[in-house]
Ligand binder design. Structure first.
Ligand code: UDP
Length: 140
């Protein structure tokens, strides 16, 4: 097992309901350390670029509109196998399928407004971290 970093976003449904502390508490209880964090308003261009892989999907336009509908918190989380560990902590994309105790089971409103983003591979984690943070802003 190796210490690893992953990229995370607390989505607009989470900031709107003032849940950022509760969600961060779940990360910390499960052994992930928040080593970078910033609250931002995503622009349409940022959201379109960030979710570019989904550009042909039917939900793309609504997703961009949701992700720019309010502030988000961008984060880097560090821990043992952080990428896979965070995917488990988040739960399934659709909260209806998310396991008990996962963030999406606890907090998500819908398949779109599902409270958190987490990188799905170490390669994507590196790209996504670099999109939002300079190296010196990540302090482990
Ligand atoms: N999404 C959506 N409708 C869908 C599938 C996904 O609105 O049918 C949104 C949802 O917010 C999800 C994001 O698009 O978190 C990215 O989708 P992905 O399949 O990558 O899921 P994730 O990796 O976030 O679980």
């Amino acid at each position: 097992m190796a210490t690893e970093r992953t990229f995370s976003i607390l989505k607009p449904d989470a900031t709107r309901r003032n849940l950022t502390g509760k969600i961060n508490a779940v990360f910390e209880e499960k052994g992930l350390r928040i080593v970078a964090q910033r609250r931002i308003q995503m622009t349409q261009q940022m959201a379109e670029t960030f979710y570019g892989v989904h550009k042909e999907r039917p939900f793309f336009k609504d997703l961009v509109s949701f992700m720019t509908s309010g502030p988000v918190v961008v984060q880097v989380l560090e821990g043992e196998n952080a990428v896979a560990a965070n995917r488990e902590i988040m739960g399934a994309t659709n909260p209806a399928n998310a396991a008990e105790g996962t963030i999406r089971k606890l907090f998500a409103e819908s398949i779109e407004a599902n409270s958190v983003h987490g990188s799905d591979s170490p390669e994507n984690a590196a790209t996504e971290m670099a999109f939002f943070f300079a190296g010196h802003e990540i302090v482990g």
